[in-house]
Design a protein around this ligand. Sequence first.
Ligand SMILES: NC(=O)c1ccc[n+]([C@@H]2O[C@H](COP(=O)([O-])OP(=O)(O)OC[C@H]3O[C@@H](n4cnc5c(N)ncnc54)[C@H](OP(=O)(O)O)[C@@H]3O)[C@@H](O)[C@H]2O)c1
Length: 240
Amino acid sequence: MPVAMITGGSKGLGRALAGALAGEGWDLVLDARTAGVLEETARELRGRYGTRVVAVPGDVTDAAHRADLVAAAGSLGGLDLLVSNASVLGAEPLVRLDALPLEGLRRALETNVVAALGLVQEALPSLRASEAGAVVVISSDAAAEPYPTWGGYGASKAALDQLAAVLGEEEPGLRVWAVDPGDMATDLYAAAVPEDTDARPSPESVAPAYLRLVRERPAGGRYAAPALLEGPAGQGGGAR
Ligand SMILES: NC(=O)c1ccc[n+]([C@@H]2O[C@H](COP(=O)([O-])OP(=O)(O)OC[C@H]3O[C@@H](n4cnc5c(N)ncnc54)[C@H](OP(=O)(O)O)[C@@H]3O)[C@@H](O)[C@H]2O)c1
């Protein structure tokens, strides 16, 4: 069975992606900092889909934890897909740049960019050894649009997008996709903008867009999930 690693796999989009992949027979390595929630998710996925799910609690900013994650994938036979999903906002709720604590910006960059690259570096030998190695980084429209208060987080996502684009050029044997999921009803969004209680799509409704990439393996680049859910992957969902 192919093996996927999903950071931040305990809830929200990460959990939805874990369920979607497990439903297609993927074995999984999941992480998150809150061990109890992560273990519960892993237990539920094992019970529902019968695939192997290894839960490795920890913080992606910890290099030893990243090594443990790749070792866990090795124990399942290797690594075919790395999903870099775990992210933090840097300020909860979000604030304008004139009030953004620099420590919060550092935390967002450390988690969303530095740790993501660290995990890619750790995982590259396994991904290169796979017949269909792929990396998905979870982007955001805040990476491309100047939404007030989303500046620090958006800057981290723009940096992540660029890392993914360059990685795709440097590693032609891998598929590297950056995918903007669009707004979703998750804890992250609620923490970002607590006063915004409008209805939003569930992460489960967005997960099929990611499955489509994994199944169809279009060219690397930046994609938007809503377009992937509608049009041909190589056209409507293409890089922008
Ligand atoms: N929700 C939206 O509207 C939206 C829109 C665009 C993009 N996104 C992106 O979608 C992705 C998933 O977000 P979400 O909305 O699903 O958020 P979420 O429900 O809050 O889930 C975030 C996940 O990441 C984990 N996590 C956070 N920091 C971590 C760390 N340092 N080390 C390991 N795990 C960590 C969390 O668990 P612990 O807290 O237990 O560690 C949790 O499992 C993120 O990349 C986010 O930027 C979301």
